[in-house]
Write a protein that binds this ligand. Sequence first.
Ligand code: HEM
Length: 157
Amino acid sequence: MYEILLDLHNILRWVIVIALLYVLVKSWSAMNAKRAFTNGERKGALILLIAAHITLLIGLYQWIFGRFGLVQGLPEGTVLMKDKFYRFFWVEHPFGMVLAITLITMAYSRVKKGVAKPGLGGKVFWLLLIALIVIFFTIPWPWRVGIGRPIFPGVGM
Ligand code: HEM
């Protein structure tokens, strides 16, 4: 069961990254053309919102009850902020991602309004650009020494 949730958390990362890039490009075009968002773009932003919120729920579960979650406690002698692995999975990854998901949620409410009201492209663009940067830096990419995880379930590690 835990493996399934972990794989889902891993795969949803790609749904988030792809949907985020799509809405980011569309908000850039809406900003430059000073146009309203289309219904299709709203649906793209909704997919992003849903994927981000499911990932958040799974992540919270992993963070608290996971194989090295909060309830397991720190191994004997580990100092949280001095241990790269625990600092990443207990602090940097969860807090970075919660910030990014908050920005995605704020962006979605503006995309929704922006279907009827042109001029919200810029706000959405900047919110999502910051979210993308935060996500990019807080994903445990396989090449990150000591914290790297598979690029796709069962691939590359
Ligand atoms: C945009 C949101 C998020 C993305 C893209 C993301 C991405 C990832 C990825 C790719 C992994 C590695 C999965 C694997 O080993 O196959 C991971 C692991 C993990 N994530 Fe997230 N995550 C997000 C949000 C969160 C949040 C909000 C939390 C906690 C509150 C969280 C907690 C964790 C934990 C604890 C692990 C390690 C679980 C384990 O290996 O047992 N994640 N995350």
